[in-house]
Design a protein around this ligand. Structure first.
Ligand code: GTP
Ligand code: MG
Length: 373
């Protein structure tokens, strides 16, 4: 019986491959006949073979694809399709190319906690460095506070109300969470209502700007249509340096970044401009990274090997105009019931940077340049 007279079938399928950058990738499968037309595809498109890079081969009924010097661009789903007069068949495999860490994180918690515990602020007029968390509804602002408090308290903290998925903000009041404990950890994080793209919804940009300037007292209930003003019992008329914000933390959900609409980005940029005018350092905490990258979800320590996360950081940098080295991917406690050292370390790594930047800012200021805007 001629080989082409049987319908092609695989006796051994292509197998998934994980290689390091620079290595060779060899995909191999075995069929029941060699009388077939062979087509290789990558990510659903016919494979474009580059001389010296791709080699397609066949020995008897064994089919090969060899790729030299594996690079990020070689990653994807490879499919081989066999066809003859009697039918066709195909099988696929996932090729993953592990890249070197493009940023180094420290995965040892205690030295970072010790450094933050012993942190002293370089301006005696400031008792706590203040961070304002700001970003879209459901970005993970309240969860960041819970995560940081969990690290410093040593047990899970859930007092800052984090919401299940919702389109309107769960946080309605301005509240400041002090991290201070026995004279250590002189940091405070203020939680605010989420930003929405519509003009009269979510927190108003004017309220955020007032909060940056230190005019907003704890307990203030946000009003989307009427921003806080002098006369409101929660309005602090003459804020001192200690009352104002020393760093603006833009909280951006990595999994929703691409869907952020233009009007919304303009609103965020308005706030950024105001912060820039005041020279307040600005950073991004990129949250929900586990929803963006499976590699990172499987093991948080892969975060700085992940191409998806690096792409998100670049996308975020281009969208908001914030340099990539001021963008920190973080993961919040959201479903865990116990303490996870890796979650803590990634957050601590970001905190180690931003407390220094906030401190540099308060060192430059003094109450002699009283802030009365
Ligand atoms: N998977 C995952 N979910 C997260 C993460 N951070 C927050 N969440 C979830 O996202 C949802 C919103 O989180 P919140 O902390 O309430 O967000 P928020 O920015 O305070 O939201 P509003 O106050 O409503 O504006 C909750 O269901 C959280 O559990 C994260 O890193 N990973
Ligand atoms: Mg909230």
């Amino acid at each position: 019986m001629g080989a082409s007279q049987i319908k092609p079938e695989f006796s051994a399928n292509l197998a998934d491959k994980k290689v390091k950058a620079g290595e060779q990738i060899l995909l191999r499968c075995e069929a029941n006949t060699d009388g077939v037309l062979v087509t290789w595809k990558k990510d659903g498109q016919k494979l474009y073979c580059v001389d010296g890079k791709h080699t397609i081969n066949k020995t008897g009924t064994t089919f090969y694809l060899e790729i030299t010097d594996a690079q990020e661009a070689d990653e994807g789903i490879y499919t081989i399709h066999l066809q003859n007069k009697l039918g066709s068949t195909s099988c696929s495999a996932m090729v993953t190319v592990e890249v070197k860490e493009w940023r180094i994180a420290k995965w040892i918690q205690d030295p970072m906690v010790d450094t933050l515990r012993a942190f002293t602020i370089g301006n005696s007029e400031v008792t706590e460095l203040r961070f304002l968390l700001f970003g879209p509804v459901g970005a993970g602002k309240s969860s960041i506070i819970n995560t940081i408090k969990t690290i410093f308290e040593g047990h899970q903290y859930v007092n800052c109300l984090a919401a299940a998925e919702s389109t309107t903000s769960q946080t309605l009041h301005f509240d400041t969470y002090s991290m201070a404990k026995n004279g250590s950890f002189p940091f405070a994080f203020s939680d605010i209502m989420g930003l929405e793209k519509e003009l009269q919804k979510g927190v108003s940009s004017n309220d955020i700007i007032s909060a940056l300037k230190g005019h907003v007292k704890d307990g203030y209930t946000f009003n989307s249509t009427i921003p806080i003003s002098d006369g409101n019992q929660y309005y602090l008329r003459n804020p001192r340096i200690k009352d104002k914000m020393h760093c603006l933390v833009n909280v951006i959900p990595a999994d929703k970044l691409t869907m952020m609409e233009h009007d919304f980005i303009l609103k965020m940029k308005d706030v950024r401009k105001a912060a820039s005018r005041m020279n307040i350092p600005q950073v991004v905490f990129l949250t929900r990274i586990d929803r963006t990258c499976q590699l990172t979800k499987d093991n948080l320590r892969n975060v700085y090997k992940s191409k998806k996360i690096r792409e998100k950081i670049n996308e975020c940098s281009n969208t908001l105009g914030i340099p990539a080295n001021c963008i920190f991917p973080v993961q919040n406690y959201h479903e865990e019931t116990g303490i996870k050292t890796d979650i803590n370390c990634l957050m601590l790594d970001a905190l180690m940077q931003i407390v220094n930047w906030a401190n540099d800012y308060v060192v430059r200021l003094s109450d002699s340049q009283a802030y009365t805007q």
